[in-house]
Design a protein around this ligand. Structure first.
Ligand SMILES: [Zn+2]
Length: 249
């Protein structure tokens, strides 16, 4: 009896403490919706309910023929491809990628990746994926940014797909290429040709443990030049599917 009362007391103290910590956090750090900037309530994470409802989702995870497959299909052999949302340069939803990639909000990146991973898992097309591979950053860019955004996304998706292994060293970036965002399509293609290499030892290690199907991950797919260059290196060893947060139409 005495034990029960003590247990309840500890529970109450614990709950009270947790609530006050959440309250304190909300008092000192005003959390805002990443898309519209509205103040978030204590239970809301990263996006306000209105912006959550309006995410321009692609639903590519439900269809084996989709826009991402069209972008990549002419360039390389991709098994399935999907993106979380349509990335339109004048859309407020680009803020999700901008704040994550350039603002260093890795929690927002991981949260978006979980959302994408949950959709991929529910859609069923990606059920055969056995490992997740991020598009690598050159070590200088990674050092400047502090993280590889594709690796953060890869880790989130891998968790949602049932704690799959992530292989950040399967591909290597050989050249330090200037930023892709404002380059024209043909410049992009030549910019990435020969920019990557396959880590043969890591490929052999993965194959030895039975990995045959990998999911290649990046933040946004625009022309598909970067992803196609990576897929072509992986093709001889693995079936390759692709997932990104944003898709530029
Ligand atoms: Zn909002």
């Amino acid at each position: 009896m005495k034990g029960k009362i003590l247990n309840r007391l500890w529970c109450r103290i614990g709950c009270g403490l947790r609530l006050s910590l959440v309250g304190l956090r909300d008092l000192f750090f005003v959390r805002e919706c990443a898309v519209c900037g509205a103040k978030l309530d204590s239970g809301e994470r990263h996006l306000c309910p209105g912006c959550m409802d309006d995410i321009p989702l692609t639903y590519f995870w439900n269809y084996s023929e989709n826009g991402a497959m069209e972008t990549l299909g002419g360039r390389c052999h991709v098994y399935n491809a999907a993106a979380l949302f349509f990335y339109r340069h004048d859309s407020r939803y680009c803020e999700i990628v901008r704040q994550f990639k350039y603002g260093g909000d890795t929690a927002l990146g991981l949260w978006s990746a979980h959302l994408l991973g949950d959709y991929l898992a529910a859609g069923g097309l990606f059920a055969g994926v056995q490992a997740v591979v991020p598009v690598p950053l050159h070590w200088r860019k990674r050092w400047k940014r502090g993280f590889n955004q594709a690796e953060v996304i890869a880790r989130g998706i891998a968790e949602s797909l049932g704690n799959l292994p992530v292989s950040p060293y399967l591909l290597r970036r050989l050249r330090y290429t200037s930023t892709q965002t404002r380059k024209r399509a043909e410049q992009r293609a030549s910019n990435v040709s020969g920019a990557f290499a396959l880590n043969v030892r890591e490929a052999e290690r993965l194959m030895a443990v039975g990995v045959r199907h990998v999911l290649l991950v990046d933040d946004v797919v625009t022309t598909g030049a970067t992803l196609a260059a990576c897929v072509r290196l992986l093709e001889p060893c693995f079936t390759v599917s692709v997932a990104t947060l944003g898709f530029v139409e």
